[in-house]
Design a protein around this ligand. Structure first.
Ligand SMILES: [Zn+2]
Length: 484
């Protein structure tokens, strides 16, 4: 078969990468790629463990003179996100990718490439295969199902590892070195929605047209959250008027900044309707002004949708509790990093509000790169919720990876990079989860960095990987291993 990448350097890295591209390996479908990695280890008589989920760790002794150096972990994930263009018939569950090269990038025809994180697998195998490298004892860890909630890393038995230096190769920019990430937890608060019947006019409040975005990486844009803004409007009209909630519904994902929210209220004294609408108009004008830069298409609309009807509504206490909860619960950025200016340290996003027959729930995603701040914020949400008659549950808790300025591994990586490329990458952290968090939590004293070649538009059919960037990265890894 024609090899598309055989003339590119480093030869081994591109050979393994092309092999991987020929094996379907979307999340949840990793047994074939795990077989391939296992066969690699067997063929070379390298000790390895493949756990029940399919995570693999392969060991190699230190090279001559490095036998007694501290072990180094090299880590990435074997699964990829499968996305394709509408007109592509390929069955990504069963077929490999059609890769090609254009403008110095490797791409796949109409699909994701899986450079995220196939390049880590390819580099890991290339390091293990090369007996001419200088390196400490190696522990190459390839996890499964990172892309669907870091399932493999979460379950990985870290007692299989001796190393306390870890190189994670799951980043996407050769000019950056990732040295920390946020942990997260999904927080859901629920309250009984006690109903009774009453008559009056129904007002429907719709907030639409917000910009939205990712609740981690884009929380620093200070965009409006439709659920939060609804709390402000409801509280504004609740003061001085007898209104009763019929329901609030906004958003579907805890990790997306909510773009739309709809609330219905009943006004028992229909004489109050016009003053309620007037007052809401004042809040709307304030909000339009405050969000004109971040959310230029915001649209808030109040309509009298039904007149003189009898409706199932929340009783007085339920209405008061829900509005107070929505208005007072913390929202958005809570703290910025003092060590890395411009980076968000702690935040939360009220992604979902949903009214059922007998209850109402709000779902938040809390994030922080400092574990104690995450726990404190969860506790604060629980406290506000408790005062308003809500019960809290916490799920999907994953640990952060706390930034430590100037660690020995960071310094050695920067030096290696400068020696090879002439450039010192920028140190950064990310306000979202990466697998390093689980390893940092389970391996006491771990010194960890995350890097990668230039990967653009990952998780889309436009994904592409810079060839020269892979060559640079591999040279830096070799330089670094020789220095550890
Ligand atoms: Zn990845």
């Amino acid at each position: 078969m024609e090899r598309i990448l055989e003339n590119f350097e480093p030869k081994d890295v591109f050979k393994y990468f092309e092999d991987i591209c020929g094996i379907p390996h979307g999340s949840g479908n990793t047994s074939l790629i795990a077989d391939y990695i296992e066969a690699f280890a067997k063929e070379r008589n390298l000790k390895y463990v493949r756990d029940a989920l399919g995570n693999i760790v392969i060991y190699k002794d230190g090279s001559k003179g490095y036998e007694n150096h501290p072990a180094v972990i090299f880590q990435g994930h074997m699964d990829m996100v499968c996305e394709k263009d509408k007109d592509i018939s390929k069955d990504m569950e069963k077929e490999g990718l059609d890769i090609y090269v254009e403008d110095g990038f490797v791409k796949a025809k109409g699909t994701t490439l899986g450079g995220d994180d196939g390049i880590a697998v390819a580099c890991g195998l290339a390091i293990l295969a090369d007996d001419s490298l200088k390196h400490p004892p190696l522990e190459v860890v390839i996890t499964v199902d990172e892309e669907i909630g870091m399932v493999g890393a979460q379950a990985f038995d870290c007692s299989l590892l001796k190393g306390r230096l870890m190189l994670n190769a799951d980043s996407e920019n050769e000019k950056e070195l990732l040295c920390g990430c946020a942990g997260g937890a999904t927080v859901t608060v629920r309250r009984e929605f006690k109903r009774e019947k009453a008559g009056g006019d129904v007002i429907e409040i719709n907030i639409k047209g917000l910009t939205g975005g990712h609740s981690g990486c884009e929380i620093d844009r200070q965009r409006g959250n439709a659920n939060v803004l609804m709390g402000r409007i409801l509280h504004g009209i609740y003061i001085g008027h007898d209104i009763r909630l019929i329901g609030i519904d906004g958003g579907t994902k805890d990790n997306a900044i909510t773009r739309e929210c709809c609330a219905k209220i009943l006004v028992p004294d229909t004489d109050e309707v016009s003053s309620i609408i007037k007052k809401a108009g004042e809040y709307t004008a304030e909000i339009y002004n405050e969000y004109k830069v971040t959310d230029p298409d915001i649209n808030i609309n109040l309509d009298v949708s039904e007149k003189n009807v009898t409706h199932d509504i929340a009783d007085k206490d339920t209405t008061k509790d829900i509005i107070n909860m929505l208005y007072t619960v913390p929202a958005g950025i809570q703290k910025m990093s003092c060590e890395l200016p411009g980076l968000v340290q702690t935040s939360l996003n009220l992604g979902v509000s949903a009214t059922g027959d007998n209850d109402i729930k709000f779902t938040f995603l809390v994030r922080s790169s400092v574990e104690s701040e995450k726990n404190d914020l969860v506790s604060k949400v629980g406290c506000v919720a408790g005062m308003c008659g809500f019960n809290m549950t916490v799920s999907g808790d994953y640990p952060g990876w706390e930034f430590k300025s100037g660690s020995p591994l960071q310094e050695k990586y920067l030096n290696a990079c400068e020696k090879v490329t002439g450039i010192r990458p920028t140190i950064c952290t990310v306000h979202a989860g990466v697998e390093c968090g689980f390893f940092a939590k389970n391996l006491d004293g771990l010194d960890c960095i995350s890097f990668g070649p230039d990967l653009r538009d990952i998780h889309t059919s436009r994904e592409r990987m810079g060839i020269a960037s892979v060559e640079k990265m591999y040279k830096v890894i070799k330089e670094l291993l020789a220095d550890l």
